[in-house]
Write a protein that binds this ligand. Structure first.
Ligand code: URA
Ligand code: URA
Length: 327
């Protein structure tokens, strides 16, 4: 059978090793039979307008050197076809999404209070507009105050079983915010989001699109760990959401990425499948939202990494385009 032929295996291994030398892209290959699928996304660069605007975002981590044999050639041809297809799709996605973002009616932003009160409730967000501008104090201080409030929260039934709350971490001025579901055991112990195995994978995925963790912001829908990592319940998400709104009002990211279906369903209040949610941009409080797989889901199902890799490259391209748009 073709899959096990020595030529194919050698080509896959060569590609695997090339990849591992590339900083930050090992995540793609570190588990499961993804090398062959991965090969399809690594390749040759027809210059496109999006690529011109965002060179590294769309440039594959490494151009694999095909090592020998007709099978390797066929794999190389398939991968460049897939890559060309992806680039065209990415370009269309960014163009259409920018249009959607620009064409949204701008909701009036409430004026910041004259005397900033860090402990006041979030400035009321307009139903579908962006959150009101935060008081003109440092975002870091505002986040620290909010975190202190969260730390003593007893608003839902999760507080008795938590070790501590997990508020979020990263750059208070982040343009991109990643949001998961809820803290797990490691996060509950350390008080930081995404620090377990899934968190390491998230770090690697971020690196692969040239983001460091401390450059973006990472948090969860829920600030407390559900017992035995069960799914968050509606009343818990509802009780926690005001904190999230205030967090977003302070940070004011220009893009949110939901990690996994649960985060997306809760944030966007929908029952839609992750497949369909991944296809297009959504809005939360006027902020554009994309969705992709949860890193923990990728640990269980490595074959989803290929789609994730495309999602995050689109996200990076959209981020770069939004930055270019703003300047
Ligand atoms: N999974 C999540 O959704 N969030 C974390 O912080 C860790 C794992
Ligand atoms: N992948 C995810 O990340 N979450 C789901 O719920 C389903 C697929």
């Amino acid at each position: 059978m073709t899959q096990d032929s020595p030529g194919r295996l050698a080509a896959d291994l060569a590609r695997y090793l090339d990849q591992q030398q590339q900083d930050g892209t090992a995540w793609y290959f570190d588990e499961g039979p993804v090398a062959a699928a991965a090969a399809a996304t690594l390749a040759d660069p027809p210059a496109t307008p999006v690529e011109a605007a965002t060179p590294a975002a769309l440039t594959p981590p490494a151009a694999a050197t095909a090592a020998g044999g007709p099978e390797a050639d066929a794999a190389a041809a398939a991968k460049s076809a897939r890559e060309r297809e992806f680039r065209a799709e990415c370009e269309r996605f960014v163009r259409e999404t920018l249009t959607q973002i620009r064409n949204r009616p701008v909701a009036p932003v409430a004026a910041a209070p004259a005397a900033p009160d860090l402990f006041a409730a979030a400035p009321a967000a307009t139903p579908d507009g962006p959150p009101a501008a935060p008081a003109p104090v440092s975002k870091r201080l505002a986040l620290e105050s909010l975190a202190a409030e969260v730390a003593v929260c007893t608003a839902c039934k999760l507080h008795p079983t938590r070790t501590q709350t997990v508020f979020g971490s990263g750059n208070p001025d982040a343009r991109v915010l990643f949001i998961g579901e809820a803290p797990g055991r490691n996060e509950d112990e350390q008080g930081l989001p995404f620090v377990g195995r899934a968190g390491q994978l998230l770090t690697d995925i971020l690196r692969a699109i040239r983001f460091e963790r401390d450059e973006v912001y990472i948090c969860n829908i829920l600030k407390c760990r559900p017992p035995e990592n069960r799914d968050p319940e509606r009343d818990e998400a509802d009780a926690c959401e005001p904190f999230l709104r205030r967090q977003l009002a302070i940070i004011q990211p220009h893009l949110i990425c939901c990690l996994g279906r649960h985060a997306a369903m809760t944030l966007l209040d929908t029952r839609a499948s992750l497949r369909s949610l991944r296809e297009t941009v959504h809005f939360y409080q006027g902020i554009p939202v994309l969705a992709t797989f949860h890193p923990a889901a990728l640990l269980r199902n490595p074959h989803w990494k290929r789609d994730t890799w495309e999602d995050v490259r689109k996200l990076r391209a959209l981020h770069d385009a939004l930055l270019a748009d703003a300047s």
